[in-house]
Design a protein around this ligand. Structure first.
Ligand SMILES: C[S@@+](CC[C@H](N)C(=O)[O-])C[C@H]1O[C@@H](n2cnc3c(N)ncnc32)[C@H](O)[C@@H]1O
Length: 228
């Protein structure tokens, strides 16, 4: 775990330009956030938010009345995310520097309550982060899901080797994942299928199957407009 962590500290300021965002990885966040069907006013937890590349799309979906909670263990990645929010004039973003696998669920619930007046989040999204968290991914996901209201949205976007005729690009995809410290075989979107209400899961694959987005509804009350 030590090497990926350094990668996301010293390298934080270069992440947006060197991560392949424009040509490859933006497509995954667009697909995943599109499937989430967020509503204005929603509270979204972005787990392993990094430099906040999801924030513009999330903010467009939840609006000024909504709230984004960005969790990351790298102070340097969060510094870039904070600068983005400052530049855009967004005041409805809460930043949490923490190891997601050791997230203080009650503490964060209290912070969400203080910021939004609600006890829970409407959605959790994690993009290209669970595959980097490796052994801590399942616990990080469990803690994040505990913060989402019944009927809320569970969303994972992550990577695998390209499929079909795009398999020819597998060495490139493996290199990108190795550079980012990600396990290309982790397939963490399976956690959505495991934890979401039966029949609620939708998936999309983009960039030759290299990126998979899975979105479902947390079990319980499945009314999308319900609030806790
Ligand atoms: C590949 S980057 C993805 C960042 C962002 N989600 C995106 O889509 O651009 C992985 C992020 O996960 C964060 N990360 C890795 N392990 C973590 C952990 N245990 N807890 C919280 N964040 C972690 C890293 O600091 C990094 O910002």
């Amino acid at each position: 775990m030590a090497r990926p962590f350094r990668r996301y500290s010293a390298g934080a300021r270069w992440y947006d330009v060197l991560s392949g965002e424009r040509w490859v990885y933006r497509a995954g966040r667009v697909a995943g956030i599109g499937l989430m069907d967020l509503q204005a006013g929603d509270v979204v937890l972005d787990l392993g938010c990094g430099t906040g590349l999801n924030f513009p799309l999330l903010r467009r979906a939840v609006g000024e009345a909504g709230h984004i909670v960005g969790v990351d263990r790298s102070a340097d990645m969060l510094a870039v995310a904070r600068a983005r929010a400052r530049r855009e004039g967004w005041s409805n973003v809460t930043f949490v520097e923490a190891d997601a696998a050791e997230l203080d669920v009650d503490g964060l619930r209290a912070r969400i309550g203080a910021a939004t007046g609600r006890a829970t989040a409407d959605a959790v999204l994690t993009t290209y982060a669970l595959s980097v968290m490796r052994d801590g991914a399942a616990e990080a996901w469990r803690r994040a899901v505990a913060l989402v209201r019944p009927g809320g949205i569970l969303a994972v976007v992550d990577m695998q080797p390209p499929t079909g005729r795009w398999r020819i690009l597998a060495p490139l995809a493996r290199l990108a994942c190795a550079l980012g410290g990600a396990d290309i075989h982790a397939r963490p979107w399976r956690l959505v299928a495991r934890d979401a209400a039966p029949g609620s899961v939708r998936e999309a694959a983009v960039r030759g199957g290299h990126i998979v987005a899975a979105v479902g509804r947390s079990p319980g009350e499945v009314a999308p407009t319900a609030r806790s």
